[in-house]
Design a protein around this ligand. Structure first.
Ligand code: ASP
Length: 327
């Protein structure tokens, strides 16, 4: 690399030492070759989750435990109204959870439509490590969690109950963009030797039909990684993400040489084209994050308002505004 290019990259990185919000152009300049370990997570609650994941990684407990412990921070936080405890319920007033986890060897585990268990990501990890299956759902997932020693608890907080009762007055399913149909935590981690891990956990779309499962527990939709190529994860209207196998497609585009940003953008454009004339267009939001084998990363969404959190050697708590299709 020429000295001049080195200088430009160093200058750009020099601006990233403090917690701040960057635009995507600065972000692109900041991406450098083979930079890891690094962690990116959807949304601003990813900041605390990243912090925990970084701590676990640095303590030598491995990438898998790092992402599990990281996203558990959001699952346990009642102020995060879209994940785990305190998440918005379905239209019957019941909190149902979806989660999945994937490691560098393409092992994966998932739970869907799980109720009364605060940490679905840990149950997903048990599915991966202790069963011959990838996904357990509903009562089967609950029974399995109980067999692993998890306690049942009420996940519907007073605040979420109040919001649900308000919604019920009109019962109009038209999610409020960036508030009611968005906020899953998806975390991607590349460790010290360049191995990839990913996790995704959510209470799903607010006021969904009872029994509805979104993209988040579906490997290839809400999360996908290939340790030779990179990793991608999603947030937003799960139905649209499932229809394009969103995260798997982002990884496949990176395999073909696309940068993380180009790959995310291409799939967001594809989703936009499919849904433009549908009734869901008015409330459609999707966002992807991606990281490649060099540690280069990006986020991109259909509409303005999506951000993601970065943690690495230089930046412990950076919140980045993702680029978007529509303002
Ligand atoms: N993707 C999630 C779902 O459709 C929603 C979200 O991102 O909050 O269930």
């Amino acid at each position: 690399m020429s000295n001049r290019r080195n200088f430009i990259k160093k200058s750009a990185l020099g601006t990233l030492g403090v917690s701040s919000i960057l635009g995507c152009d600065e972000l692109n300049n900041a991406n450098i070759k083979k930079t890891y370990p690094r962690i990116i997570s959807t949304w601003n609650h990813g900041l605390d989750a990243n912090k925990k994941a970084w701590e676990v990684l640095k303590n030598g407990n491995g990438g898998l435990s790092a992402i599990e412990e990281g996203v558990k921070v959001s699952e346990a936080d009642p102020k995060v109204r879209s994940v785990g405890y305190g998440g918005y319920p379905d239209r019957e007033g019941i909190v149902t959870l979806d989660a999945c986890i994937m490691d560098k060897n393409s092992n994966c585990g998932s739970v869907s439509f799980l109720q009364n268990i605060k940490h679905p990501i840990s149950v997903a990890r048990h599915v991966m490590e202790d069963t011959p299956h990838v996904m357990l759902s509903g009562k089967g997932a609950l029974d399995f969690a109980i067999s692993k020693g998890y306690k049942q608890e009420n996940l519907l907080t007073d605040d979420s109950k109040k919001d649900w009762l308000n919604w019920k007055e009109k019962s109009n399913y038209k999610p409020v963009i960036n508030i009611e149909n968005h906020d899953t935590i998806s975390m991607l981690l590349i460790d010290d030797v360049g191995d990839l891990y990913g996790a995704c956990t959510t209470s799903g779309a607010a006021w969904k039909m009872h029994g509805r499962v979104g993209d988040s527990p579906i490997i290839g939709a809400g999360l996908f990684l290939d340790n030779e190529v990179g990793a991608a994860a999603a947030t937003g209207l799960g139905e649209a993400i499932i229809k394009t196998s969103g995260s798997a497609m982002v990884v496949e585009l990176m395999r073909q040489g696309a940068s993380p940003l180009e790959a995310c953008k291409t799939i967001v454009k594809r989703i936009s084209k499919i849904h433009k004339s549908g009734p869901e267009w008015d409330y459609l939001q999707v966002g992807f994050i991606a990281i490649n084998k060099n540690g280069e990363y990006a986020g991109y969404s259909l509409r303005k308002g999506f951000n993601y959190s970065l943690c690495d050697q230089k930046n412990k708590d950076l919140l980045i505004d993702a680029k978007y299709e529509i303002g």
